[in-house]
Design a protein around this ligand. Structure first.
Ligand code: AMP
Length: 134
């Protein structure tokens, strides 16, 4: 399956590449939430988290950690958002798993989640019992 990211990986579409290895590569996001916003992208076009092998997913997170550290060193950001949009319902636009690494600064005016749900009395605990992994 071909995606915009496979086209970037094979050079059909230009990108600013920061890193690559056999499991993933890193490019700068063309439409950054904050300048320096980068994407850690699986080399294979797994569409979502469930389809991505555990070794690839864990490797991508470790690469994201390095990208984040480099951003702090170069940009001086005090925080970051590390995000996977997982399937179209979440807002994922490119069906090829990637981790967003977004540098964040104190009072930078960005807010990731604008709206929040509210639980009624006891609702959170009841749902927690259904969602429990133990
Ligand atoms: P998502 O909504 O999680 O699928 O995010 C896709 C991201 O890919 C968006 O932040 C886009 O700005 C970014 N993007 C799309 N096309 C390109 C491109 N050609 N080069 C760099 N980033 C891109």
């Amino acid at each position: 399956m071909e995606t915009i990211f496979t086209k970037i990986a094979n050079g059909q579409i230009p990108s600013t590449k920061l890193y690559e290895d056999e499991k993933c590569f890193v490019i700068m996001d063309i439409n950054p939430v904050k300048k320096g916003h980068s994407l850690v992208i699986a080399r294979e076009p797994y569409p979502n988290m469930a389809s991505c092998p555990d070794d690839v997913l864990t490797h991508m997170l470790l690469v994201a950690k390095k990208v984040e550290a480099k951003q702090r060193e170069v940009l001086g950001n005090q925080g970051s958002n590390i995000i996977i949009n997982n399937d179209p319902a979440s807002g994922q636009e490119v069906p090829h798993i990637h981790i967003h690494v977004i540098p964040r600064f104190v009072n930078d005016g960005r807010k990731h989640f604008q709206d929040h749900d509210k639980y009624s009395d006891g609702e959170m605990q009841a749902l927690g019992m259904k969602l429990s992994l133990n």
